[in-house]
Design a binder for this molecule. Structure first.
Ligand SMILES: C[S@@+](CC[C@H](N)C(=O)[O-])C[C@H]1O[C@@H](n2cnc3c(N)ncnc32)[C@H](O)[C@@H]1O
Length: 229
């Protein structure tokens, strides 16, 4: 007897399943916004890997894998990074919202989630960003999703990712709340925008992406060589 192959859900089915079972980190604004970014990689023929910095239990990584597969990008690899010890101690620029260790997950949860739905798992890089990113990021990044919540975490991610972005590649910073551009954005983690402003200087080159709810997303697009931002 061979074991039964895992069910492969359609994108619509997976969307609904993720909302039901991982609604703490993904929602009806984030899923389509990330889908659009991944689809653009194929239409714009941007080469390079997909990375997620702060993957928690792997819900968005699974979604990105499913969208890559649905758009013929089976060979594009995903790398995910997380302490798997939850959030670090907050810094001076972060609010007193979460305890250190909040959002702790295990790499096995990421693997099990992909296994359950018959998807190729990402390469998992456990450890603090400051330790893993300098040596373990791919040389060429087509899409990066930064979801590290805190000032230091986001600043470390930008420092490591931006020089590796493929021309035309994009990077989304979650929790980037620019209230002038989007007054509805959730502004619970103001250290995220501050890290972007300190890294890029003001005004940042991030373009605000809005959703139906309180989505706080900023998008950086890597310029083609020889062009100015
Ligand atoms: C909001 S959760 C990520 C949710 C995930 N992107 C998703 O959509 O399902 C934030 C994650 O960032 C990780 N994290 C934050 N700062 C970190 C750091 N400096 N190094 C490693 N991981 C970090 C935490 O462990 C946590 O799992």
């Amino acid at each position: 007897m061979h074991p039964r192959p895992p069910t492969v859900l359609s994108l619509a089915e997976l969307h609904d399943w993720l909302l039901e079972h991982h609604g703490d980190t993904v929602d009806t604004d984030r899923l389509p916004a990330i889908r659009t970014e991944i689809e653009h990689l194929a239409t714009r023929q941007v080469s390079g890997a997909v990375v997620e910095l702060g993957c928690y239990q792997g819900a968005m990584a699974l979604w990105m894998r499913a969208v890559l597969d649905a758009t013929g990008q089976h060979r594009r690899h995903i790398h995910v990074y997380d302490s798997f010890q939850g959030l670090p101690e907050r810094g001076m620029k972060d609010p007193d919202l979460f305890e250190a260790g909040y959002l702790r997950a295990e790499p096995e949860q990421v693997l099990a989630l992909h296994d359950r739905w018959g998807r190729t798992p990402p390469t998992i890089h456990p450890g603090w960003f400051a330790d893993t990113l300098p040596d373990q990021l791919p040389d060429r990044i087509a899409f990066a999703y930064l979801d590290g919540d805190y000032y230091d975490s986001i600043h470390t991610c930008l420092t490591a990712c931006i020089p590796r972005m493929a021309p035309g590649g994009t990077l989304i910073v979650d929790d980037y709340a620019d209230l002038e551009a989007n007054p509805k954005a959730w502004n619970g983690l103001p250290g995220v925008k501050e890290a972007c402003e300190d890294y890029f200087r003001v005004p940042t080159p991030l373009q605000v992406i809005t959703g139906a709810g309180d989505l706080a997303f900023g998008r950086y697009t890597a310029p083609a060589p020889g062009t100015e931002q």
